[in-house]
Write a protein that binds this ligand. Sequence first.
Ligand SMILES: Cc1cc2nc3c(=O)[nH]c(=O)nc-3n(C[C@H](O)[C@H](O)[C@H](O)COP(=O)(O)OP(=O)(O)OC[C@H]3O[C@@H](n4cnc5c(N)ncnc54)[C@H](O)[C@@H]3O)c2cc1C
Length: 414
Amino acid sequence: MAGVSHIVGAGIAGLSAATALAAKGHKVIVYESSRHAGGRCRSFFEPSVGCRIDNGSHLMLSGNTDVLTFVGRVGSERTLTGPGAAVFPFVDLEERRRWVVDISKGYFPWWIFSPQRRVPKSSPIDYLKTYKLRNAKATDSVGDVLDDGSAFFRSFWEPLTVSILNTPANEAAASLLWDVISQTLCKGADYCRPLVARDSLSQTFVDPALSYLEKNGVMVFYNARLRGIKFLEDRAEKLLFGSQQIELKSGDNVILSVPPKIASGLVPDLKTPSRFHSIVNAHFKLGEMPKKKGLVGVVGGTAHWLFTRNEVVSVTVSGADDLALKSSNHLAEMLWADVTQVLDLFNVSMPANRVIKEKHATFSQTPEQILLRPKAKTQWENVILAGDWTATGLPATIEGALRSGRLAAELLHV
Ligand SMILES: Cc1cc2nc3c(=O)[nH]c(=O)nc-3n(C[C@H](O)[C@H](O)[C@H](O)COP(=O)(O)OP(=O)(O)OC[C@H]3O[C@@H](n4cnc5c(N)ncnc54)[C@H](O)[C@@H]3O)c2cc1C
């Protein structure tokens, strides 16, 4: 008879595993070391801007099947929003021009033949070179495969790669980028419409998942940091939480959905990715909704993406290791300068803001580091791994984290 599934870590990988198991009627208990669930995908009330903000703006795509399955399961599908088409407006602050990447429906890429739907001065050949990624060697970076000195690379591949892999294009693994591009861009607009949380990340992913777990009788314990695991022969025997110990009975199992550094400290001989990149976000509270709103990609500035939600403009910079060393005030000024140009907010002084630096936002998705991603199954029969850093075949994203949780649940109860 199936026993209890102990899920350690209530980030979205843990919530995905817990809800998938609860949906099948399994007995589940969740343990989270902090005071809240959500991990790197969460929201909180920020007094300085007077509203709830996300730790970082998260962009998803309509081809993210695990995202859609998860929000469907927990009943929050209506809180995911985005334009009805696969349109991505861009601004180049250095060259002072704007364009829209507007991907057509279907597998045949009609859009690349229309100058109005692609990057200025690019040609269809530039886009057809995407297929070079398919034959990339395991050791190749995106820059090795595509022409990293070209103007097209700067306006298309560089922003695309750093936002998907949070790693500069001349270091990021070409094979991993291909895994995403082949599932989204190459399949046309229906698979790459941008999606964002309408109100906040927590209202789309975390709060509905916690309500779902509560309705299904799943207990979630906060301030419950797993400090050790006692192993006996080929299985885990006890979970050690400070003064408390949980004995694992026959049929009980553990899904470890904690960050890689924590997992490698808990599981002997576990190799995990060991290098990370930062993401910096700045949230500016405008007095009113700007005329230009929605999602905008930025080239030639400090900012990478602007998201406008209600009266808050949120700026994201990925692969931001050097930037994260600067003071929050300095960053706010640098990023506000970009916002004023992108949104044409001239003569508007910098409003109340909050800068968030996530120093370990994701692991560094280079050819060397992706080889360190472990499979979900471990050498211990009742211990399974989950998290965006495990070998999901996807980048470290919401989609990857949710998939890892679902696969972990499936491994336990096929
Ligand atoms: C700023 C930022 C921007 C991002 N942008 C995007 C984006 O645009 N699109 C996208 O798809 N993805 C994006 N991501 C990535 C996405 O957020 C992550 O891939 C995802 O949240 C990872 O979830 P996880 O559950 O694997 O890990 P985590 O969120 O790290 O969850 C691990 C959980 O384990 C808990 N824990 C740790 N140690 C213990 C312990 N000993 N015992 C018990 N619990 C423990 C932690 O507190 C945490 O809650 C972004 C990430 C950041 C930080």
